[in-house]
Design a protein around this ligand. Structure first.
Ligand code: ADP
Ligand code: MG
Length: 241
């Protein structure tokens, strides 16, 4: 098991945002997490690399207990790629520097190695020619592809995506999804919060549906789209498809 959540509960002050959430991700799994706005998807995915602490339960990533105070979270985070809705590139650094800074500062790689690795992934997302530009000079879809290349440059054991296409203009969504489909087909372990059900149908093997901080469905893709499921998941799907 690569990622395991056991009876995870979390509160923001008095407000319980996650209630008794359990699931697991094996190597090579592509899990799509969906559900209404405010259901706790972002919070759940951020607990996996310790960006959000939990008050109850246990999270284990690659045999490391994330919520153990003795765990070195920055070391763990270096091994898990995370891609957010709003790209979060460093605006004052060139694309090439965005790709190398984490490798140099966090992984201790030399500049040459970091450059080679960064450019390999920049090429892979089709943006090698953009290496000397700054994030503000690229389109949203291009920035998100750079963000994915940056995460891959760290040689992650798994990738977490939080609505990676929801801030993009429609014509740019596919260029980002295509990169993600390629990753999934190569066997990358992925947890993806998205409402892109076309993506889910193509490459997910697991679907989690959340509502009000609870995991309501956790099943194979085929079960989710074909067999009976909860009224809430059915209502949700009817609205978005
Ligand atoms: P989703 O990603 O499914 O839209 P979130 O995980 O972002 O849901 O949020 C779940 C709930 O927790 C929402 O009601 C949201 O308002 C609340 N919430 C999120 N972040 C915080 C925070 N830092 N402090 C207090 N409440 C928060
Ligand atoms: Mg969210």
């Amino acid at each position: 098991m690569m990622i395991e959540l056991k009876n995870v509960s979390k509160w923001y002050g008095q407000f319980q945002v996650l209630t008794d959430c359990s699931t697991d991700v094996s190597k090579g799994d592509v899990m799509v997490i969906c559900g209404p706005s405010g259901s706790g998807k972002s919070t759940l995915i951020k607990t996996v690399n310790g960006l959000e602490p939990i008050q109850k339960g246990q999270i284990i990533v690659d045999n490391i207990a994330v919520n153990d105070p003795k765990t070195n979270l920055s070391k763990l985070r270096a091994r898990i790629g995370m891609v957010f809705q709003n790209f979060e590139l460093f605006p004052h650094l060139s694309i090439r520097e965005n790709l190398t800074i984490g490798q140099i500062k966090v992984l201790g790689r030399g500049a040459d190695e970091a450059n080679a690795k960064g450019l390999k992934y920049l090429d892979r997302v089709g943006l090698l020619s953009q290496q000397d530009k700054f994030p503000g000079q690229l389109s949203g879809g291009q920035q998100q592809r750079v963000a994915i290349a940056r995460a891959l440059s760290m040689d992650p054991i798994a990738m977490l995506f939080d609505e990676p296409t929801s801030a993009l203009d429609p014509e740019m969504i596919n260029e980002v999804l295509d990169v993600m489909v390629g990753l999934a087909q190569e066997g990358m372990t992925m947890m993806v919060v998205t409402h892109e059900m076309g993506f889910a149908k193509r490459v997910a093997n697991r679907i989690v549906f959340m509502d009000q901080g609870k995991i309501i469905e956790d099943c194979s893709k085929d079960d989710f789209f074909t067999t009976t499921r909860s009224d809430r998941a059915r209502d949700f799907l009817a609205k978005i498809i």
